[in-house]
Design a binder for this molecule. Structure first.
Ligand SMILES: [Zn+2]
Length: 312
């Protein structure tokens, strides 16, 4: 069986936490051996740590995500450092910059200040950092140049930046991680950018429970009990049930493409297979080749001092 490594996800997310044991089991059964689980705020670092204690396959990361910068406590950096002291197996993340619809509500100079401190910390601790970036790749590059380079690596998670910036980020130690969000880029643009990424810097991720791939519905795993899905399926089926009872029983006959689902439909970590298929098709290589190289890249990146990957 192909081995896969989910280089960035959020299995501690409150929307799925009571399903996490099943999600991990299903994804593992499909070949996903490791999950880099990223905290986003002081509120969830503890549950990330708990998951890591419970599941050998969970690699913890702690960080303050730009969306939560405004609500940070005065002690956030001290608390974060304490987490790294007590959890040597942890990496840094999720951290970043966001000028998108969510991020523009958060003061940008504060985002930069919080990111700078965490990039400095990652560098000092010699750990990889997982970075979120929306509409701020120029600012990110500038900041990474001033703090970097990063010999322990930086994961540009759900990378959607330009092809032209790939070599500049690479020089600083970046890895490029692809999720279902890649399917929102035009295919020719995605192709051009993917072909700029060298094969030793390529990673795959789900960002679950976000970033549901826009794949054929029959090929996707759904999170059981996802209420957004229930509503949509009921809405869809109630309009067609008067003509056909069988379509009401099988929603996949009504809905064929995930882009027809509600935006908040939850993503399952086993859907990394859909990301694998898509990226492999863009790169015109086999999915076995891409699985192998992305797995090896992730193992190399996450084999920093203290990592659970070195404890086995
Ligand atoms: Zn994320």
């Amino acid at each position: 069986m192909m081995k896969l490594f989910d280089a960035h996800c959020h299995l501690q997310d409150p929307r799925i936490i009571n399903k996490t044991p099943e999600l991990i089991k299903t994804a593992q059964d499909s070949g996903v051996l490791h999950f880099a689980v990223n905290g986003v705020s002081e509120q969830d670092w503890f549950s990330v740590k708990q998951l890591s204690v419970t599941y050998p396959s969970v690699l913890p990361s702690f960080g303050l995500h730009p969306w939560y910068v405004a609500e940070r406590s005065p002690n956030w950096l001290k608390t974060l450092k304490e987490y790294f002291d007590s959890t040597p197996s942890a990496a840094v993340g999720e951290i970043g910059l966001d000028k998108g619809s969510q991020g523009k509500k958060i003061d940008f100079s504060q985002q930069v200040e919080v990111l700078r401190k965490q990039l400095e910390l990652a560098k000092e601790l010699n750990k990889p950092a997982s970075v979120h970036c929306v509409r701020a790749y120029g600012d990110l590059l500038e900041l990474m140049k001033s703090v970097g380079p990063f010999p322990a690596g930086v994961v540009l998670h759900s990378y959607l930046g330009s092809a032209e910036m790939v070599p500049e980020f690479s020089k600083l130690g970046a890895y490029f991680s692809f999720s279902g969000f890649l399917m929102s880029l035009k295919a020719n643009k995605a192709k051009k950018m993917l072909k700029m990424v060298s094969s030793d810097r390529m990673l795959l991720e789900t960002d679950a429970p976000d970033a549901l791939p826009k794949s054929n519905i029959d090929s996707l795993f759904f999170v059981e009990g996802d209420t957004s899905l229930d509503n949509e399926v009921h809405g869809q089926t109630s309009t067609s049930s008067s003509t056909s009872d069988s379509s009401a029983a099988n929603p996949s006959q009504v809905l064929t493409d995930a882009s027809m689902l509600p935006k908040d439909t939850l993503n399952h970590p086993a859907n990394i297979h859909n990301v694998l298929d898509y990226v492999a098709s863009m790169l015109e290589i086999t999915k076995e080749e891409l699985a192998e190289l992305s797995y090896q890249n992730a193992v190399r990146l996450f084999s920093y001092e203290g990592s659970k990957l070195l404890q086995k």
